[in-house]
Ligand binder design. Structure first.
Ligand code: HEM
Length: 191
């Protein structure tokens, strides 16, 4: 169990954090907004020796938007394997009870009825977005839903907090696509 938690929790956190970093670097106005929020949090501390705490993370409204948007994009190619408990009809196709089927997150994470211009990275869309049930499932749904969802959000928040305050990245191979950011080579620069 420990092994499955270690591996299930390691790679996707890196994928979501690196997606956020690469998209923020490509969109300086979103990066600035996220950075200002983190700087304000640090300024409100009574002593410069105070470290990041849970209450501060709960207050990171814009960073939470950045994380939602990065989760939406980074997990848009997730496929869930499920079994139909009842016979259902979807868009004229019948899935008989007991059949196994695959559900592809792209269909709801990139649905223009929920997300205007869905392929664009836009954290501000989450300011007043009302998602319908099953339109945002980065961690799955139901009894098999990811048990590490809250921990994952916390980890990504901590990574982005320190990144925004202390680092910038420069893409070494700008011709490489940043989505998914697996083939991107970057240099970290301390600011
Ligand atoms: C951004 C990071 C993460 C994402 C996007 C993610 C996503 C997912 C998804 C989509 C599933 C399958 C859910 C389903 O079938 O309905 C899953 C399962 C799982 N995740 Fe995560 N996960 C993340 C982080 C973590 C972390 C940090 C841990 C643990 C420390 C973790 C532990 C697990 C485990 C153990 C399962 C299998 C659950 C089961 O089969 O009952 N995940 N995750």
């Amino acid at each position: 169990m420990l092994v499955s938690y270690t591996f299930a929790g390691f790679e996707p956190v890196g994928l979501v954090a690196s997606t956020a970093i690469m998209y923020l670097e490509k969109h300086p106005h979103f990066l600035d907004k996220a950075k200002v929020e983190q700087e304000d949090i640090v300024k409100r501390r009574s002593s410069p020796n105070e470290g990041l705490n849970f209450h501060e993370i709960k207050d990171m409204k814009y960073l939470s938007n950045v994380i939602n948007e990065s989760l939406r994009i980074a997990t848009a190619k997730t496929i869930f394997f499920r079994e139909a408990r009842n016979t259902i009809n979807i868009n004229g196709y019948t899935i008989p009870k007991g059949w196994k089927f695959l559900s592809f997150s792209w269909n709801y994470h990139m649905d223009p009825r929920t997300y205007v211009r869905p392929k664009e990275f836009n954290p501000s869309r989450w300011d007043d977005l009302k998602t319908k049930p099953a339109s945002f499932l980065p961690f799955g749904v139901g009894p098999k839903m990811c048990p590490g969802a809250n921990l994952a959000r916390l980890e990504v928040s901590v990574i982005l907090h320190y990144f925004l305050l202390n680092y910038r990245v420069e893409q070494v191979n700008p011709e490489s696509k940043i989505e998914p950011p697996r083939n991107c080579l970057v240099k970290f620069k301390k600011i």
